[in-house]
Design a protein around this ligand. Structure first.
Ligand SMILES: Cc1cc2nc3c(=O)[nH]c(=O)nc-3n(C[C@H](O)[C@H](O)[C@H](O)COP(=O)(O)OP(=O)(O)OC[C@H]3O[C@@H](n4cnc5c(N)ncnc54)[C@H](O)[C@@H]3O)c2cc1C
Length: 246
């Protein structure tokens, strides 16, 4: 006896990169795919920096999920927030934007809901160091930056103007147990941590050299986007649309 219906029902939670690529991989398969996301758009996260700093508008880094998947005839999109998964009964419980609960049966489930900001037990940092994972986060940071510019413009004296225009370049807070470093010392500690543990595929000397150039010149080059066939400059050149998965 078969343990699934035909066509097989695949539910994908999350329409981020992972969810989209899963839907794309199933495009020609004899399955009925349901992509569930709490946002109606697919967000190109690597361009959040540009959105937060006002270089790109939100419409240039996000696209309607339905639009991205419009040629995938075996895919339907559901705007809902997944709240629970009953693996035994193969059911996803989700909440629609207006509050109604829905249940989605599945034969196969792909969970691709990304991640969220962590302050490692120090949620009080959030007020001073907001995360940047969603459009709302980027727009909040943009508001803060523009508000600071406005305040600087009308500051009473240079000292106050300087304070509004200080965006913590070369400053950080590093806390490990009882050790608490802030300002330039914190930044040096962070640099050490990056070099010692996080440099990854690059040579440490190369990382030091490029950071020195960035620090000395105040520039920040676009990050390399590592997904095959996609890069940040191509995305920016593409204009108002973020790149669509092939
Ligand atoms: C600022 C920034 C810059 C980055 N730059 C780069 C880069 O240069 N190169 C690189 O390789 N990577 C970069 N990344 C990382 C890359 O964007 C992520 O690794 C990638 O987006 C992860 O894809 P994902 O599908 O797992 O999650 P996401 O893209 O986060 O997608 C998760 C989706 O799930 C949805 N979701 C979450 N919870 C629920 C729920 N309960 N119910 C329904 N839907 C839900 C969300 O709305 C979202 O659409 C960057 C990330 C950020 C934040």
């Amino acid at each position: 006896m078969r343990d699934h219906v035909t066509p097989r029902r695949v539910v994908i939670l999350g329409g981020g990169f992972a969810g989209l690529f899963a839907a794309r991989a199933l495009r020609k398969s004899p399955v009925a795919v349901t992509v569930v996301d709490r946002r109606a758009h697919h967000l190109f996260q690597p361009l959040l920096y540009q959105c937060a700093s006002g270089i790109l508008s939100e419409g240039q880094i996000a696209q309607p999920l339905r639009g991205v998947l419009r040629r995938h005839h075996n895919v339907r999109c559901v705007l809902a927030e997944a709240t629970d998964v009953d693996a035994g009964a193969r059911l996803v419980h989700a909440r629609r934007p207006e509050g109604a609960d829905i249940v989605l049966p599945y034969d196969d489930l792909i969970v691709a809901v990304g991640m969220r900001q962590s302050y490692f037990g120090h949620d009080e940092f959030a007020a001073h160091a907001p995360g940047m994972k969603t459009l709302d986060d980027a727009l909040d940071i943009r508001r803060r930056i523009y508000r600071a510019f406005e305040m600087a413009e009308t500051a009473a004296d240079d000292r106050e103007r300087q304070q509004w225009l200080t965006f913590a370049r070369g400053r950080a807070v590093v806390k490990a147990g009882p050790l608490h470093l802030s300002g330039f010392a914190g930044w040096l500690a962070w640099l050490f941590i990056r070099l010692a543990f996080l440099t990854g595929f690059r040579s440490r000397l190369g990382a030091v050299l490029s950071w020195s150039v960035v620090f000395a010149t105040g520039s920040r080059r676009a990050r390399a986007f590592t997904m095959p066939g996609t890069d940040v400059s191509a995305a920016r050149a593409a204009g108002p649309k973020a790149p669509e998965p092939p």
